[in-house]
Structures are given as C-alpha cells and as structure tokens.
Design a protein around this ligand. Structure first.
Ligand code: LMR
Length: 393
C-alpha cells in the first residue's frame, strides 16, 4: 500500500534549516526558524530551567503517568501567566499539549468536532503550519487581509472589512502578540475594534500566543488575549512555552478553552478525550519545569530577568538594523523594523531578492522575506543591511 504515497511538500521554514546546515560558507547568517540565539549564535538553556531540572532530578521519585490533561498545577500556572484574572477560573478548561503546535492542532480538531462546517479565518499571511494543518484536517480556511506590503504595517481597514464577513460558528484565528511572520501588530485600540466585530458577528476567536514576553513584556504581550477572553462568551487559546522558556525540544504547550455556556465537566472532559485520541498523555518534563519556575519566587524572578534580557536584545537588534538601513538607503523606509515586535519581521523583499541574498550573501530568510531578528548580532547587522540594499529591496 505504501507505493501509493506521494511526496509531501516540505515545510518552507524547516527546509531552510537543512539548506543552512549544508552551506559550507563560514560567514553565512541564519535568519530562518524561530529559535532565539544569543550574540554567539547559541540557543542557551535558560538559567531557571537548568536550576529547576537540577531540583527535579533530586526530587522526582516516579515517571508514572500524570493525567490526560497534564498536571492541573501546570494548567493553573499557565492560566495565570496568560490570562491573569481576566476570566473567572470556573469558565476555563485547559489541557497540556506537545508544544504550541499541539495546542493549535487540538484546537482545530475541537472546532471540527463541534462544528464540521466551521470556517477558520486566518491572517494573510499567517504561520504556514496553520494552513497546512487546516488543509490536512480538511477544514476550510478563509484569509483576512492583515499585512500592508506598502507600509509594512497592518492593513487594519482591510482586516476589519474581512472579519465582518465571519458569522457565528466560524472561528477567527488571531496572533496574541508578535505576529508570525510579519512582526506587525495591532494597537490596543485596534484590538478593541476587533473585539467589537467578534461580538457583532458572533464568530469565535482562537488566539495563538507563542511569543509572550518577546514583544513589549509578559503582561503587555498578554493584554490583547486577556481583553478578548474577558469580552467574548467563548474562545480558544493555544499557548507555547517553547520560546519564552527556551524549551523547544521538550514540546510544552497548553490549550485553554473559555466557555461560558458549557458545563465545565464537559469542556474539560472533551480536552482530555482529544488528548487521549491523539497521543494519550501529553509530555510532562517541560510542563513540570515551567510549573516549578512559575510557582517559585526566586526561579520565577530569575526567569523573568533572563527573558527580559532576551527581549531587550532583540529590540536593540531591531534598532541597529533600522539605523544601518537608514544610513544606507538615505531614507526612513525601513523604520518599520524598529516598530515591529517579536522575533520576526517581514522585510518586504520579493522571492527573487530572497534567493539573491541567500546565494550571493549567505543570508537565509524564509521565502516570504520573514527574518528571525534573533539570528543577528553586531557583526551580521551591517552584512545584512548591505545585502538588503545590494539586492534592491
Ligand atoms: C517558526 O515559525 O519558525 C517557529 O514557530 C518554528 C516552527 O515550528 O515553524
């Protein structure tokens, strides 16, 4: 039967990882996959994670199963981190998932289970795997305008006009902060308008929040998610610990469901059921470390301090790059780089220009010209700025 298999299109982001590895040039620059790197190009294990791992090694007495939805203490800690006290706890169900992608997948499955005709509205552009998973699940996606190629900011009028075409039973997928792949984000006032449209149409929001703490700070980055969750009767939130705890390979994420009109035993039971169908028990190691850190004052303070250093280093790189381009271009047309937030910016280069930068300058960015800002350092900023100008962007 396997002779009927056909080759799958490789993921554009992961394909780039492979190409970069195979490039022998010493001065190549990796601005591809969304992984934080320090100035030396290393992706460090965060101090608080190391300390928690040490404590866990000493204290852990069993590796027996935990629970289908993971440890409730992980859910409590993550609900506090993401939602604060925006929503009453008895309205929230939650289940640990393998990474943020696991939460996204479970959310889509939940939507399909509850309304097989649901259309999922996705920003144009969005993280390519959103579209890939929706297609795999044979779910309908509808693009809403998001990125303005001219200003490299949000096409907010277009977005609102498109979201107004959603209806009850549809889902609107929103990036809670640090939009991936563009780096362009809504202002708090614009979020209020989106909330008004959600209430008007009755569509259900689903928020993907994978970069909390990478934009304007832990609370500021969660503000939009909190405002949406507090205002609407129902929503889904897929959160990742991969980036802000630096535990990418541990696969640590959570799906939260806010459901005002549903019996909590039913909503919580549905999340556990979905876990059981797909992989049974979710991974525990990363979730346990996160729980230990969030519930221990010293570990938490150290984690927050290191995360803040990471955030500020990316902001600094944004400013350096915007300045280097301003000098070379003699204009402010790249000023948007300092306005964008999070790990990514879409620079607005054509696919041909992206290839040219890769072939002639050894600079690897995703084909849609998404750059991982954390892949830069003081040495590579001028190299990238030269390449951008030389490639005619
Ligand atoms: C990214 O967008 O680069 C990250 O979310 C990693 C991934 O899995 O694509």
């Amino acid at each position: 039967m396997f002779e009927h298999l056909t080759a799958q299109k490789p993921d554009s982001i992961l394909q780039l990882v492979q190409m970069f590895r195979e490039d022998p040039r010493a001065d190549k620059v990796d601005l591809g996959v969304g992984v934080y790197k320090d100035a030396t190009g290393n992706t460090p294990v965060m101090r608080a994670i190391k300390a928690a791992e040490h404590q866990l090694w000493e204290a852990e007495t069993t590796k027996s199963y935990v629970g289908l939805a993971g440890d409730p203490a992980f859910s409590d800690a993550m609900i506090s981190l993401v939602l604060g006290d925006a929503v009453a706890r008895d309205k929230i169900s939650a289940a640990a998932t393998p990474g943020g992608t696991g939460a996204v997948r479970q959310a889509f499955e939940l939507i399909k289970m509850t309304n097989p005709d649901a259309r999922v509205f996705v920003s144009d552009p969005t993280w390519p795997n959103h579209l890939s998973i929706l297609k795999f699940l044979e779910m309908e996606s509808v693009s809403y305008r998001y990125f303005d190629d001219t200003t490299r900011g949000v096409d907010f009028d277009g977005m609102i006009a498109d979201l107004k075409t959603a209806k009850a039973g549809d889902v609107v997928l929103l990036h809670g902060c640090c939009h991936n792949p563009t780096g362009a984000n809504l202002t708090p006032q614009q979020w209020d308008e989106v909330i008004a449209v959600l209430l008007e149409t009755g569509a259900t929001p689903m928020i993907d929040i994978a970069y909390q703490g990478f934009g304007d700070g832990l609370d500021a980055d969660a503000a939009a998610t909190r405002a949406v969750a507090a205002a609407v009767p129902e929503c889904l939130i897929a959160a990742s610990c991969s980036k802000n705890f630096g535990i990418y390979r541990e696969r640590t994420g959570i799906l939260m469901m806010v459901a005002n009109g549903t019996d909590k035993a039913v909503s919580q039971g549905t999340l556990a059921f979905l876990n059981r169908q797909n992989y049974s028990f979710p991974p525990d190691h990363g979730a346990r470390l996160v729980t230990m850190i969030l519930n221990d004052d010293a570990l938490r303070a150290d984690w927050m301090a290191e995360l803040e250093d990471v955030r500020l280093s990316m902001l600094g790189l944004r400013e350096q790059l915007a300045q280097a381009l301003q000098q070379r271009a003699g204009s402010d047309r790249f000023g948007f780089l300092a306005q964008h937030r999070g790990m990514f910016s879409r620079i607005g280069a054509t696919p041909e220009q992206v290839v040219k930068m890769r072939e002639e300058h050894g600079i690897y960015m995703v084909g849609d010209s998404r750059m991982n800002i954390a892949g830069l350092n003081a040495k590579s900023v001028p190299i990238l700025a030269d390449a951008i100008i030389a490639s005619g962007v």
